[in-house]
Design a protein. Structure first.
Length: 218
């Protein structure tokens, strides 16, 4: 009688199901995963929906750091060597479904399952590259190009089968925060993009491939 082969760990199945130390949470738009200053005791895996990370300064000024979509981890600071407090707030933009993984369970599976730690490392590297690209964008590109890049990222441009996508509802104030300009400048550029046929803007924004022209044009 042959011995049964051990069941192979599947990261996708782990992130799609509940179990010890992990459960599914559902949030409506504007509900928070966590708030700045909360204990960093869990990490979230966004299965469906869009969310944003924001920080608030001591004088009460809020800034949007980044936007998050399906397949992103949220709150990765919770697995630091010393558990601390949240540095930012995570808020749902659309209806979201996420797997909440307790800190100890996340640390355990990373130590025991190399396929999962490889997946998580790839995410962290992609996030780091995105952060660097955002910094270069802020330092060297015009506000018009920064707006075009943000819209293309929100539309997940380049994703197979989805060349033109409606992005989640987002205010011009939030877009202005993200690119470091004023709401009036965002409004000016949005109207310009629409007149040039790069976007359709009627309550919801639909981004077309042609918006790349703004980024590629010097």
């Amino acid at each position: 009688m042959s011995e049964q082969e051990p069941i192979r760990f599947d990261p996708a199945s782990f992130l799609a199901s509940t179990g010890l130390g992990r459960r599914v949470v559902r949030l409506k738009p504007k509900q928070t995963f966590f708030s700045q200053g909360n204990p960093a005791d869990a990490i979230f895996y966004l299965q469906k929906g869009r969310a944003k990370l924001t920080v608030v300064s001591k004088n009460g000024r809020e800034a949007t750091i980044t936007l998050l979509g399906s397949g992103d981890f949220v709150g990765e600071e919770s697995i630091a060597a010393i558990a601390g407090l949240r540095m930012a707030s995570a808020t749902a933009i659309t209806t979201c479904t996420a797997l909440k993984i307790e800190r100890q369970e996340m640390i355990r599976v990373m130590h025991e399952e190399h396929s999962f730690s490889d997946l998580f490392l790839a995410f962290l590297l992609a996030r780091s590259m995105r952060t660097q690209a955002d910094l270069v964008d802020q330092l060297f590109n015009s506000s018009e190009k920064r707006l075009a890049r943000i819209l293309l990222l929100m539309a997940e441009f380049g994703k197979p089968g989805e060349p033109e996508t409606l992005i989640p509802k987002i205010t011009q104030e939030t877009l202005a925060e993200m690119i470091g300009t004023t709401r009036s400048r965002v409004s000016f550029f949005m109207n310009r993009f629409r007149k040039l046929g790069f976007i359709e803007y009627n309550g919801r924004i639909q981004v077309h491939k042609s918006l790349l022209n703004v980024i590629l044009h010097d």
